[in-house]
Design a protein around this ligand. Structure first.
Ligand code: PLP
Length: 413
């Protein structure tokens, strides 16, 4: 094996070419499809070679907890798509976030995180308190609040853009400049856009995180994650942690993700287009109080999203109408429960549309105050738009809205 993190020779080619070809590393058999190396360890010619491999003097493979040829093909392809120098794959998105936090932070440090992020991310950062790392939460779009939250011990800014589930958009360049001026690392979860729609590193972020479980797989099959960034950081800080802690992506899952990346761009385009159609339909619906989708002109950061992203992505959140929390939950659940096409599930990024009630599922473990701070109310529904016809998706939702109207009529009657 040559240098594990050598830049890909295809890095100058177009995105769609790199999505199907970057990172490819053929064996002597000349296979056209990427080979799947289901092996825990690698054999050595002799004891001296084994010693050299273990001691990092010989760059060959040792053990799949930290390096594997199939995983490497995935890592190199994703690094190329994100325009990053290097990538380390992980077993899940949460493994990527935990590994990054462990690599960047130590006891006594402080991080600032956006108040609206995926629920498990929020929980993980709260758990870091046990290790002497504190976390402050600030509104994603309030740059002044980010600046005010900085302490001498602040080492990391953590954001999602668009955020889960409200699709708020961060000004990546402004946040990156603020972070840089205080020697803070900006970590961006690029799960909702993927490199097909947005390149956070090109806007100044230091690290991109992925839950590859979502759009990179794209078909709801496996869990995976990734960390992309500067070679020195990935090589010197992330890789040693992977080696000693083991939140590793399996070769099988890496292979599935390699295949997922080949259609990533097509899916992101098509699903974004469907999402825009559905968001317009929802916006005009009398049962809907508010729609959160960066592609709508009514979205507060529509202009920023237009400048920063290639398309608007496929997550649409919306609030149903209702007079109080009890009615809002009842109405939201009624819309969800009447879906026959859309799947009721917490995952997103699938070709199949999925629907969930964040307040009681993905963000259900947050305290009511934290949920309120994140803007996640009882009437909120998150729809992850897939590849079905938008007409069928809208018809599916309409069944629920009709049931909701019946509830409303019953109450007023
Ligand atoms: C934005 C975001 N980041 C991270 C994660 C965690 O990823 P995983 O489920 O692969 O651990 C999720 C999961 O839903 C997510 O939506």
């Amino acid at each position: 094996m040559d240098d594990y993190f050598a830049p890909d020779p295809l890095n100058d080619l177009d995105f769609s070419t790199r999505a199907v070809r970057a990172g490819t590393d053929r064996t002597a058999f000349g296979e056209h499809g990427e080979a799947m190396f289901l092996t825990s360890s690698f054999v050595f010619d002799n004891a001296a070679q084994a010693a050299a491999r273990f001691g990092n003097q010989d760059p060959g493979y040792v053990y799949s907890r930290f390096t594997n040829p199939t995983v490497r093909q995935f890592e190199r392809r994703l690094a190329s798509l994100e325009q990053g120098e290097a990538c380390i794959a992980t077993a899940s998105g949460m493994a990527a976030i935990m590994t990054t936090a462990m690599a960047l932070l130590k006891a006594g440090d402080h991080l600032v995180c956006a108040s609206a992020v995926f629920g498990a991310t929020y929980q993980l950062f709260n758990m870091l308190e046990r290790f002497g790392i504190s976390c402050s939460y600030v509104p994603l779009t309030d740059l002044q609040a980010w600046e005010q939250a900085i302490r001498p011990q602040t080492r990391m800014f953590y954001i999602e853009t668009p955020s889960n589930p409200l699709t708020e958009i961060a000004d990546l360049q402004a946040l990156a400049a603020l972070a840089r001026s205080h020697s803070i690392s900006l970590v961006v979860d690029n799960c909702f856009c993927t490199p097909a729609l947005q390149l956070p590193l090109a806007h100044g972020a230091d690290i991109v995180i992925h839950s590859a479980t979502k759009y990179i797989d794209g078909q709801g099959r496996i869990l995976g994650g990734a960390i992309v960034g500067r070679r020195a950081l990935i090589h010197d800080q992330i890789l040693p942690l992977m080696r000693m802690t083991g939140p590793t992506l399996s070769a099988f899952n890496a292979w599935v993700l390699i295949k997922g990346m080949e259609t990533l761009s097509l899916r992101m385009e098509q699903q974004s287009e469907h999402a825009l159609t559905i968001a317009h339909w929802l916006q005009a619906h009398p049962g809907v109080a508010r729609v959160f989708y960066p592609g709508l002109k009514s979205h507060p950061q529509h202009a920023l999203a237009s400048a920063q992203q290639r398309r608007f992505g496929a997550i649409v959140a919306f609030e149903v109408c209702g007079k109080d929390d009890q009615a809002l939950r009842e109405h939201a659940w009624s819309v969800i429960d009447h879906c026959k096409v859309i799947s009721i599930t917490g995952n997103l990024g699938d070709t199949k549309s999925t629907i969930t009630h964040p307040a009681t599922t993905t963000h259900g473990r947050l305290t009511p105050q934290a949920r309120a701070q994140a803007g996640i109310g009882e009437g909120l529904i998150r729809l992850a738009v897939g590849l079905e016809s938008p007409r069928d998706v809208c018809a599916d939702l309409e069944r629920g809205f009709q049931a909701m109207q019946a509830l409303l009529a019953g109450r007023s009657g």
